[in-house]
Ligand binder design. Structure first.
Ligand SMILES: C[S@@+](CC[C@H](N)C(=O)[O-])C[C@H]1O[C@@H](n2cnc3c(N)ncnc32)[C@H](O)[C@@H]1O
Length: 263
């Protein structure tokens, strides 16, 4: 932010050298000065307790819709690889006889994974918290000639339109604030049929980066999901080139699921 003291005169702002602010409340510093004929005004307010540099950090902590939407609008989408997860592509090719059913991809982004499920014959559904993601996913799916549904939704707090046979996770778990991971597990249990299957490509970054993405481990995945699911298999999948060796797939099957009590 550019701060200082500025003069509004005939439609133009110019800096006022040497102008001293007066304090007029405990929280705000500011000053206003107007000349006699009203043609000149100097006005600025600073909130004494507010660090403007921290604004982006605060927004990241909340991981708000605003934060993600801004990233789409500014094109700051380094997760966008222009293709579905290679691990998902290989999984679908290796299991051609899976009974077809409904699948939800939460945090679907521009929809590559949703289209991969649709192409494999599933009733595919994507949801995302960012309106631009839903718009892009819808447009690209139509242009590619696939049928899939997309809905603007907060996976962590919204109710599902219905319960799905499958949920496919790909870089949503690591994108949300780590403090919301209990909500994530509850959301999977809410959006999935009790005997549904949860397939996840987890990004196992170990360094404590500022995030997102935020790190997770195989141990954390086991701790969070094994109380609710039976692990059919986990393995290191083929990955996008810059994620080789950093991903692990988990194929979980619902047994008897009890909702996790909210604390
Ligand atoms: C790192 S991007 C991954 C997008 C996509 N899965 C991919 O791999 O290309 C994370 C996505 O999750 C979405 N998202 C974040 N929080 C969400 C929430 N609570 N509910 C639904 N989507 C969310 C973001 O808008 C963003 O599209």
């Amino acid at each position: 932010m550019r701060s200082g003291w500025w003069n509004w005169r005939t439609g133009r702002l110019t800096q006022v050298p040497g102008f001293e602010p007066r304090s007029f409340s405990s929280s705000f510093l500011g000053a206003a000065k107007c000349n006699g004929d009203g043609s000149s005004l100097v006005l600025e307010l600073h909130h004494a307790d507010y660090d403007y540099e921290d604004e982006e950090e605060d927004e990241k902590k909340n991981m708000s819709q605003n934060y993600w939407e801004k990233r789409y609008q500014s094109g700051d989408m380094h997760w966008e690889k222009g293709a579905p997860s290679p691990g998902l592509v290989d999984f679908l090719a290796a299991h051609p006889s899976l009974p077809r059913g409904t699948v939800c991809v939460p945090g679907c982004g521009t929809g590559h994974d949703v289209r991969a499920w649709a192409q494999a014959g599933f009733d595919a559904f994507g949801c995302d918290i960012a309106p631009s993601a839903i718009r892009l996913a819808t447009e690209r799916t139509k242009a590619a000639g696939f049928t899939a549904k997309f809905q603007l939704a907060d996976f962590l707090s919204d109710e599902p339109p219905f319960q799905f046979d499958w949920i496919f996770e790909h870089t949503l778990f690591c994108a949300i604030n780590p403090g919301e991971r209990d909500d994530y597990v509850r959301a999977v249990l809410r959006w999935l049929k009790p005997d549904g299957q949860y397939l996840a490509v987890n990004y196992l970054i170990v360094e404590k980066s500022k995030g997102p993405p935020f790190c997770t481990t195989r141990e954390e995945q086991w701790q969070r999901f094994s109380p609710h699911f039976e692990l059919r298999k986990d393995w290191v999948p083929r990955s996008y080139p810059n994620r080789t060796g950093c991903e692990r797939m988990f194929w979980w099957r619902g047994t008897t699921q009890k909702p996790v009590e909210k604390q």
